[in-house]
Design a protein. Structure first.
Lengths: 114, 112
């Protein structure tokens, strides 16, 4: 079964600092991978997705992620954190069947210090 | 139109009530999903519909009954719920295999 593991339930960075949120996947074949963001009391918004076209994926709001097969990782980064980036971030994985499950990691809460 | 619309936004119901959650999308997506999210937890998959047929049921109690009347609508019928069923219920849709899901804003359900 496919799954993702997010390391660190809470990450705190200073405004302007690098953001790094970690995600490792477990799959026998390269899966489809996603990063979503959730602001309080709202639904989930897609930040970016990996679908094997390119290993470095750029998303919205300045975020990007790199797919590394050798490390089974798909970490999310942003060069310079902004106060508005404070939210819950979920890594998610999907498989190849026609109506695939989209399974979420446990989430990482990102806090930004002024 | 890239929206998934859920109604109502908030719902308070007693344990003997019957209520329904509604979800609508007009993106031509053929897969639709119900997720349950408890506070400070990730969304948990409940049901998946593919081409209007139930394809995945994650062993959800029968007090939750999904329905897909057509390709744009998804309902979740609720009956005899328990207080522990209080959560944010999220609807999502996608084109299916390997594509991203678009989420609604959710229904905040409180069972009293």
């Amino acid at each position: 079964a496919q799954s993702v593991t997010q390391l660190g339930s809470h990450v705190s960075v200073s405004e302007g600092a690098l953001v790094l949120l970690r995600c490792n996947y477990s799959s026998s074949v390269p899966p489809y991978l996603f990063w979503y963001v959730q602001y309080p009391n709202q639904g989930l918004q897609l930040l970016l997705k990996y679908t094997s076209a390119a290993t470095l994926v750029k998303g919205i709001n300045g975020f990007e992620a790199e797919f590394k097969k050798s490390e089974t990782s798909f970490h999310l980064t942003k060069p310079s954190a902004h106060m508005s980036d404070a939210a819950e971030y979920f890594c998610a994985v999907s498989g190849y069947s026609s109506a695939s499950k989209i399974i979420f990691g446990s989430g990482t809460r990102l806090s930004i210090r002024p | 139109d890239t929206e998934v619309t859920q109604t109502p936004k908030h719902l308070v119901m007693g344990m003997t009530n019957k209520k329904s959650l509604k979800c609508e999308q007009h993106m031509g997506h053929r897969a639709m999903y119900w997720y349950k999210q408890k506070a400070k937890k990730p969304p948990e998959l409940m049901f998946v519909y593919s081409y209007e047929k139930l394809s995945i049921n994650e062993s959800v109690p029968s007090r939750f009954s999904p329905e897909c009347p057509n390709s744009s609508l998804l309902n979740l019928h609720l009956h005899a719920l328990q207080p522990e069923d209080s959560a944010l219920y999220l609807c999502a849709s996608s084109y299916g295999r390997g594509t991203e899901a678009f989420f609604g804003q959710g229904t905040r359900l409180t069972v009293v």
